[in-house]
Design a protein around this ligand. Structure first.
Ligand code: SAM
Length: 231
């Protein structure tokens, strides 16, 4: 599966340099090979390669269809990002679990303040994870936002995860089409931030008695919201 950053023109697609290198050097693709392409907004293409260069691969679209593998409930996670490799791991798992949007959250005790270059790296990680998990719509990675900006978005249900919050109520989530989950940094939210969220109508909820790392809390939240319960 290969990402298309441009829609087809007259039935032809040109892969960007990174995808062309993956096709030509790693996969050793040849003219005549069939590959699957996806455009990041929901369309999947069956593509026959007609030209294979090390930096530019071109193909003809043989078939295309809209294939959605999105979660029924739309989840936005505002997360005070952890550092280094844990950041990339978090992104990868959020993509797999069907999170719609990730907002790097700027908090009082945050350790990793997202700069433009880091956000670009995370967006590239979204593409890589989408290729692997067969997701056709890219998870949005927004620019960093303050808690005040995040709270202003007014989703149907907003949950701030906090170890000393009230027990989470699955019924609240089950009734909602859109959910916002807010996850704090390793040092936790300050009392001022918790009060600010509560005043804005956010439910302050706990995931149990153990302290989870930022990425564990994010993924626990994602699985509660995006994986539909069986009959
Ligand atoms: N000592 C910090 C505190 O008490 O908040 C621990 C912070 S924890 C490592 C990082 C973030 O993960 C928290 O701010 C919270 O959003 C979330 N989190 C971790 N464990 C949690 C739990 N049991 N219930 C709810 N949220 C949790």
């Amino acid at each position: 599966r290969f990402f298309l950053d441009q829609p087809p023109v007259a039935g032809e697609v040109t892969f960007d340099e990174a995808e062309s290198q993956h096709l030509a050097k790693v996969m050793r693709a040849n003219v005549g090979d069939m590959v699957v392409g996806f455009d990041g907004v929901g369309i999947e293409y069956q593509i026959e390669l007609i030209s294979v260069g090390k930096k530019k691969v071109i193909g003809t679209v043989r078939q295309q269809e809209e294939v959605s593998r999105e979660a029924a409930r739309q989840l936005t996670l505002a997360v005070a990002l952890p550092k280094g490799d844990r950041q990339r791991w978090l992104i990868e798992k959020c993509v797999e679990l069907g999170v719609a949007r990730l907002i790097p959250l700027l908090t009082q005790r945050g350790v990793a303040q997202p700069v433009e270059k880091a956000i670009e790296r995370l967006r590239r990680a979204v593409i890589e994870a989408s290729k692997q998990c067969e997701r056709n719509v890219l998870m949005e990675v927004a620019e960093g936002q303050t808690l005040e900006q995040v709270l202003a978005s007014q989703p149907e249900v907003a949950l701030m995860l906090h170890p000393s919050g009230d027990a989470i109520q699955p019924a609240t989530i089950a009734a909602a089409g859109q959910v916002l989950g807010i996850i704090g940094p390793e040092g936790g939210f300050s009392e001022e931030e918790v009060a600010q969220a509560a005043a804005a109508g956010c439910q302050v909820v706990s995931l149990g008695p153990r302290i989870l790392r930022v990425e564990t809390a994010a993924l626990a939240m994602a699985s509660l919201v995006t994986i539909p319960p069986g009959p």
